[in-house]
Design a protein around this ligand. Sequence first.
Ligand code: C2E
Ligand code: MG
Ligand code: MG
Ligand code: MG
Length: 292
Amino acid sequence: ARECGEDGCFQFYSEAMNRAVSEQVQLEAGILQGIRRGEFFLNYQPLFDREGKRLISIEALVRWRHPVLGLVGPDRFISIAEQNGAIVPLGELVMELAAGNCRHWREQGYRDLTVAVNVSARQLKDPRFVERVAAILQRTGLPPQALCCELTESVLMEHSNELTERIFRLKELGVRLAIDDFGTGYSSLIYLKHLPVDIIKIDRSFVRDLVEHDDDLAIVSAIVALAKSLNLRIVAEGVEKAAQHRLLRDLGCDLMQGYLFGKPMERDEFERFLTQEYVAASPDAAEAEPPE
Ligand code: C2E
Ligand code: MG
Ligand code: MG
Ligand code: MG
């Protein structure tokens, strides 16, 4: 209508922009303070075995209970934290909480449970990263093999000796390494040959239309074949439908993650889930372990 003249519209845009800018500023300035005030917490999402019967592992996913903005997901603050460096203390907090809780649950009787945490490129650039991980394992008492660090392909594309050496030292601690969102990065597969990777997580963008699109099926089959020939474990992300699960199982994926098996859950909810879903590993479970 006519009342919305040029000035009015300008006013509208400018308010919207102000809001966006101020939200950005609040997120940017608030991370370190939020860490001190205990505003960050973890959700846990289960990873099931191939048949979808047994809970094998969990992924820790960070959330922020912001005093003004409410519940904020990682897509809104991780890249900010990477830019301003706050990801270093935040990532350390995430790893400490995840490792501590996993150790706790293992002691409760879920003795084979393992946990994965996401590690940003920026964290690996910190020369003390490996020390920090070692200290966390020491403090929490979690065995290194029970911790998996999920790295994205962008990390591995940086051909620096320093970074490569750091990844090897991380591996020497005994922790597992996974490539997250596999297939979305630059996908020069060379790093698979040169780096001590244990697990590949197929990005959910390939899983989404897997049943309907032959292209996605071809891509996933190729990734699985590659991973098998390199002796890597394969996780399928974003499994939402039974038909996707059946196909991924038949293709040979080792682990399943997605809403079909469980959404990311807060600690209490996850503990109830664990009680219901966890089936103690059978003696032949050792065979399912990735090669040393
Ligand atoms: P990611 O590591 O690939 O984690 C999987 C994301 O997919 C999670 O989103 C999870 O909630 C979502 N997801 C899982 N199953 C399904 C499904 O069946 N359908 C759909 N549509 N989505 C599913 P979330 O928790 O929002 O995390 C987003 C991303 O933020 C993560 O992707 C990870 O890259 C990053 N992130 C989360 N926590 C951390 C952290 O502690 N540190 C770092 N550096 N990054 C983190
Ligand atoms: Mg991940
Ligand atoms: Mg992923
Ligand atoms: Mg993803």
